[in-house]
Design a protein around this ligand. Structure first.
Ligand SMILES: Cc1cc2nc3c(=O)[nH]c(=O)nc-3n(C[C@H](O)[C@H](O)[C@H](O)COP(=O)(O)OP(=O)(O)OC[C@H]3O[C@@H](n4cnc5c(N)ncnc54)[C@H](O)[C@@H]3O)c2cc1C
Length: 377
């Protein structure tokens, strides 16, 4: 391998993909400058890490920390106010529940330059040809050999890509994730499980992320998003939207800030242009309901850093990354476009189809095996 050390890289966005790519490139000896819009640790809510995401984190040496900070989920249940549509329990499990802040802290541990992150500085624009960027402070930064856009689903760096890169869709869903404690008496005897409750086009999921701490994740109608500012108001809203979850939500004490988000599916023909390359949600944001966002974000950072460390010619390395990552993300993007309307639609026919077909599909060996394989890979 040739000596590729000492190139200059800007990483825009220090979330999941950004922290990982910054850490891996800094460890390989590159000069990494990190830009993050947040000024403090504001990451609220929690995540269910798919088994593939867990494998990546274990491969990075984070297994012990993950065991300490997360909860292995072995059961998934889906139901509405009338019946249980699916109830699966497997030894292999469905992944690990973890607080978003805890995952970000774990990833920051592998970055030797985490303290150098310029926080509270949003990047406003990027010049892909020159490899420079402009912050919201009006100052210019660079030039850099490479600018990595890891700034999430509503990426500012993505605007540096030309028209031939196609961005799919307007904002399509509203997601909310909040942490809560539920008294032990309400959850006694429950194996760690991810419980999903549906009511029409509304949906609430609960899963544990630490002792007596659960995540409550929901999709919320657009007109309600941003209008409710108080934790108790959110609780009442969710109970109203999904009565099947009321018994557990009624006892929930919401903790800290919530993670609220207006999302879109991002589907690009290419992830790179000149000196700019995208990773994570900036390249391929999906509906959160699929639970594959973190896995794809981690995989994209890992794959890009591996190519950059193996190739002296970075434009070639970026092209190789683009091909690999598009191939990985494409089936999930396709599935997200089909499944999201089915699970979040207010259309009576789609609601009927979901509530009628899910149980036979869950019980039928052939489809059960396939769905399990998709959930566990
Ligand atoms: C409510 C909700 C629940 C979810 N639940 C799950 C789940 O259970 N499992 C799962 O796998 N996935 C889940 N996802 C998806 C998952 O969160 C994302 O796929 C993942 O966070 C993508 O990582 P990322 O690093 O690409 O982006 P992000 O984690 O969004 O990080 C982007 C970072 O860039 C910063 N930033 C943004 N703009 C700028 C700018 N202009 N300049 C500088 N910095 C900027 C942001 O502050 C942020 O820190 C969920 C998403 C939502 C919204």
């Amino acid at each position: 391998m040739s000596d590729v050390r000492g190139k200059s890289v800007a990483v825009v966005g220090y979330g999941i993909a950004g922290a990982l790519i910054a850490g891996l490139l800094a460890r390989a000896g590159h000069q990494v400058q990190r830009f993050e819009r947040r000024s403090g640790a504001e990451h609220g809510g929690g995540l269910l890490l798919a088994p593939a995401a867990v494998r990546i984190l274990c491969g990075l040496g984070l297994e012990e920390a993950l065991n300490r900070h997360g909860v292995a989920i072995h059961r998934v249940r889906i139901g509405n106010e009338k019946k249980t549509l699916l109830d699966w329990h497997t030894e292999a499990g469905f992944g690990v529940g973890i607080r978003r802040a805890a995952l970000c802290e774990l990833l920051a541990c592998i970055d030797p330059g985490v303290r150098e992150t310029q926080t509270g500085l949003a990047v406003r624009s990027v010049d892909a040809a020159a490899g420079t960027l402009t912050g919201a402070d009006g100052k210019g930064y660079g030039p850099f050999d490479l600018i990595v856009g890891a700034d999430g689903a509503n990426s500012a760096v993505r605007t540096a890509l030309t028209k031939r890169h196609w961005v799919h869709g307007k904002p399509r869903w509203n997601a909310l994730s909040v942490l809560a404690t539920i008294p032990a008496t309400c959850d006694t005897g429950r194996a760690p499980s991810c419980d999903q409750y549906f009511h029409g086009g509304s949906h609430v999921s609960l899963w544990p992320v630490a002792a007596q701490t659960v995540v409550i994740a929901a999709n919320v109608p657009t007109e309600q998003l941003g209008q409710i500012h108080d934790a108790e108001q959110w609780k009442r809203l969710l109970i109203g939207l999904v009565p099947a979850a009321a018994a557990r939500l009624a006892h929930a004490e919401l903790i800290g800030s919530w993670y609220q988000w207006r999302g879109r599916e991002v589907s690009l023909r290419g992830f790179a242009h000149r000196r700019v390359v995208l990773v994570g949600d900036a390249a391929h944001s999906l509906s959160p309901q699929l639970g594959q966002g973190v896995r794809l974000a981690l995989q994209s950072a890992l794959s890009l850093s591996e190519r950059l460390c193996a190739e002296d010619d970075w434009s070639l390395a970026v092209r190789q990354y683009e091909v690999l990552q598009r191939r990985l993300a494409k089936p999930y993007q396709r599935f997200s476009r089909i499944a999201t309307p089915l699970f979040q639609s207010q259309h009576p026919l789609l609601i009927w189809a979901r509530d009628t077909c899910l149980k036979p599909l869950a019980d039928w060996q052939w489809s059960r095996r396939r769905i399990l394989r998709a959930l566990q890979t």
